[in-house]
Design a protein around this ligand. Sequence first.
Ligand SMILES: [Zn+2]
Length: 465
Amino acid sequence: MKTELWVKNGYVFTGEGFRFASIKIKNGIIEALYDSELEPPKENESHSIDASGYLVVPGFIDAHVHFNDPGRTDWEGIETGSRAAAIGGTTTIFDMPLNCSPSVTNVEILHHKRDFLKSKSYIDYALWGGMTGNNVHNNAELAHMSEGVIAWKAFMSESGIDDFPFVSPEQLELAMKIAREQNKILALHAEWLEEINSLTTFYKNQKDMNERNAFLASRPISAEERAVNFALELAAKYGTAIHFVHISSPKVVGQIHRAKKSGVNVTVETCPHYLLFDEEDFLRKGAILKCAPPLRPRKEVEGLWECIANGWIDTIGSDHSPCLYTMKDTDSIWDTWGGIQGVQFTWLALLDEALKRKIPLKKILPLGTENVANRFRLSRNKGRIQPGLDADFVLISLDEETKVDKQSIAFRNSYSPYENRTFLLKIKKTILRGKVIYDNQTGVTEEKYGQYTQPREDAYGSIPH
Ligand SMILES: [Zn+2]
């Protein structure tokens, strides 16, 4: 039977830990897991993949990418972005509502984007919707949109994109009410606008100060704390489910953790760059590592790893935020486009670092798989290797290494802060719904199997946290 596939004798991550197992797949769905001693029947031999010696983990779900399609495809694009993601072991992405053009802020744009991306992605994809200063008063439009979006995204400070204005404190309150009524998650870029704006004006005028130091000083941790605190109070008041993206400091993670313990429906994401680079790297390398919030001192990086070990961070997203190289190659760091290109290397880098730090993989794998699926209501289909779910896997070798050079970068603009790094593991195969979409010997398949993915309202009665 052609629709049947076996992934044999791998060291399979089941959520609780690893076990040697063979996985039977039928029509793209996991049918069963067997202890490896039970050899699959011989007639299926031609449709089996030998995973012996490899880790088999769920396909990664990257809830935070900017693929910029349609509209800014010279920066990235769904084809190049999803191809790079597939090579990096990611089988599902959630594309952000900004940096494509127009931004996804009404139902017409949402439907156009959804249809436009059809048959262009190598991996499954869901779409974020934008709540902005322009549409937050339009309840009817947002109600219409909510059916098609994985969740909402809003900025509490300037986004850098003209048609994606931030929400003011009053507008955030409205956004919280709307998201609650819709029973949708509201994700926030949390930096306190007034604080960073006044500091930016101040530090831009410190002409005797190194520009890179000045940029770091213009976006302090206190601006994150203040924004997070404000949003947590509103979420508690309205009972809204919120999700903080790209939190850079353990202090802020702690603040969120305390709120969660007191009953606020909140989750927190950090990004690989806050776990792998620090402000010294930014001071040395500059533009390629410019992001907002900026990279932090080494003690913050160490603290974030402690938060992971403690289970205080829920998800890790790449925040793959690409642009043309010329937009990084500017005279002043203030004019440089902020954003880090890393979707292809996120999990190579994170697993490599976790292994070096002796953090058990079962502590970090859920942050890119099960936790994301649970939070965003995809858990009926994604996030775990168990019968009934999509057969999305990554086969990983811990006996081989991956060296990142320019030629190996698959996203549109071939530069990345991960260039010249060597990771002590290798992604051998990426499997999406039972199809091998990437094999490290033969590359990415020509066929684009990626499908539009929507949250399943029946995944949970209420949003889990
Ligand atoms: Zn982002």
